[in-house]
Design a protein around this ligand. Structure first.
Ligand code: BGC
Length: 500
């Protein structure tokens, strides 16, 4: 019933079906949903799991989170993973992106000791998915570093590149026979600029040094893991690896803002994309120069720690596909004389002296960093396709945050419809987008926004011990898309109640 209203409403809003009416996603397309260990698993101290930097930070400083909550229980997916698989089936998905918790699998942080319970948990999840024809896309690291490694310097210590490579090796050896798509590290910007810019754990204020050491170390860590896979596993398992990049799309306010827009793209995403995907490798040149000039004015030698020629070669080309996390778009312009640059990372960049605006025509939600401009995704896919030699793109995250809008989440339904439509158009333009993971399967622990900001296709009752999950209208819509492979599914009465 709700779904029928939603469909009618969407038709009214958008008028006649657009040019995509007849277009279909390819048979082989991976329709998925994404999640991350700390945001859903809970079971923070079950069995021999050790503390992650998020456990430690939020136990010590609950006031940092809007609603003073944490991921101790979250969606309790550690116990309720069977229900999660059932939901993926209800949605008709054939791919699930989840992450492995490093402190759950390797409680010491090192490969000297592998937790039996940790190992079994992910084995059961992977087997359970495969039994239902859902292929796992596994993220090896999604922000939850073992606290013991943080105590040794974490992502600012270059030794982490070996610690991570060892951890990845264990993961490949345990699950590589069944996992064909990997993300080594999720969003270096989130963990480095966030972690050293007081947005996220470990919550340091060290944007000039710590953040940039972390940036370089994530590149090397990813590359070492990739090379290990090449050497020991690729011939037997034939998997594909990448690193996922959080990438807002950026457009100039006026044509003369194109140059700062290009620099913004490099600052936001090029730092993690250029070293891996470009022909020459290394940091994006112009950006590196500009940041180093800023650093020298402050008496530092550099901002971005230089790569040696060997390191450039180590990192360059370590990809099999591009893993894109796309949420929204910004307009970029230089700050006017005496105008203060926007604050990094949602409003601008003091390093580049720029301001990010949102077009007032774009729809928004109660969440201030967000704006809805679906064409941005297609423009970005074109940019990626022409800038780098990329054979395959998987959208590893895409979604919309709302305040609690209950089960009738029409704005989310519209968001998925319009963004999926842009992907379909991009595929029709000849861009090889092979998969899509909606962020996120169910409402979960949204970092510093706690349980306040909702992204889920399913609502979760966080007051109930069973963490009851209920589909929203967007879930009903998405299940129609996966079934018909069309963004304007022709709705058949019998399909309306598919998701119970
Ligand atoms: C992160 C997720 C997060 C989402 C929404 C992404 O950048 O990978 O962990 O929940 O954004 O903020």
């Amino acid at each position: 019933m709700y779904f029928k209203c939603a469909v009618v409403l969407t038709i009214l809003i958008h008028g006649a079906w657009s040019a995509t009416e007849q277009l279909k996603f390819p048979e082989t397309f991976m329709f998925g949903a994404a999640s991350a260990a700390y945001q859903i698993e809970g079971a923070w101290n079950v069995s021999d799991k050790s503390l992650s930097i998020w456990d430690k930070l939020l136990h010590d400083r609950p006031e940092l989170v809007v609603d003073h909550t944490n991921g101790d229980v979250a969606c309790d997916s550690y116990h309720l993973w069977r229900r999660d698989i059932e939901m993926l089936q209800e949605l008709g998905l054939n791919m699930y992106r989840f992450s492995i918790s490093w402190p759950r699998l390797l409680p010491t942080g090192f490969s000297n000791y592998v937790s039996e319970d940790g190992k079994n948990y992910y084995n059961n999840l992977i087997d359970g998915l495969l039994e239902k024809g859902i292929q796992p896309l596994v993220t090896i690291y999604h922000f939850d570093l073992p606290q013991s490694l943080q105590d040794l310097g974490g992502w600012a210590n270059p030794l982490i590149t070996d610690w991570f490579a060892d951890y990845a090796n264990v993961v490949f050896s345990l699950y590589g026979d069944r996992v064909k798509y990997w993300v080594t590290i999720n969003e270096p910007m989130g963990l480095c600029d966030g972690g050293y810019g007081q947005f996220s754990a470990p919550y340091f204020n060290d944007t000039y040094v710590g953040q940039n050491l972390c940036n370089k170390n994530t590149m090397i860590a990813h590359a070492k893991a990739y090379r290990i896979y090449d050497e020991l596993y690729r011939d037997k398992y034939h998997g594909k690896l990448s690193l996922s990049t959080l990438f807002f799309w950026f457009k100039p306010v006026e044509p003369e803002d194109q140059e700062v827009t290009d620099l913004t793209i490099d600052l936001w995403a090029g730092r993690y994309t250029h070293p891996i995907f470009s022909k020459e490798g290394g940091w994006p040149r112009k950006l590196e120069q500009l940041l180093n000039e800023n650093a020298k004015k402050q008496g530092y030698h550099y901002r971005l720690p230089p790569f040696t020629p060997e390191e450039i070669e180590l990192v360059r080309g370590t990809y099999d596909y591009y893993a894109l996390n796309h949420y929204t778009t910004r307009l970029v312009r230089r700050a006017k004389p005496r105008e203060k640059a926007g604050s990094w990372f949602f409003d601008g960049s003091p390093e580049l002296n720029v301001i990010f605006d949102k077009d007032p025509r774009w729809r928004t939600t109660g969440i201030d960093w967000f704006a809805f401009y679906s064409e941005g995704l297609r423009e970005q896919l074109h940019w990626l396709n022409t800038t780098y030699d990329i054979k395959e793109i998987v959208i590893t995250e895409n979604g919309i945050p709302t305040l609690d809008d209950g089960l009738v989440d029409i704005l989310r339904l519209d968001y998925y419809k319009e963004y999926l439509e842009q992907i379909l158009l991009a595929i029709n333009d000849g861009i090889n987008v092979t998969g899509y993971a909606a962020w996120t399967l169910m409402d979960n622990f949204e970092w510093m926004s706690g349980y306040f900001s909702k992204f889920g296709l399913y609502a979760v009752d966080f007051t109930h011990p069973n963490r009851t999950r209920t589909p929203k209208e967007s879930a009903r819509y998405y299940s129609q898309v996966t079934r018909t492979r069309m963004v304007h599914p022709v709705v058949d009465e019998t399909e309306l109640n598919y998701v119970k």
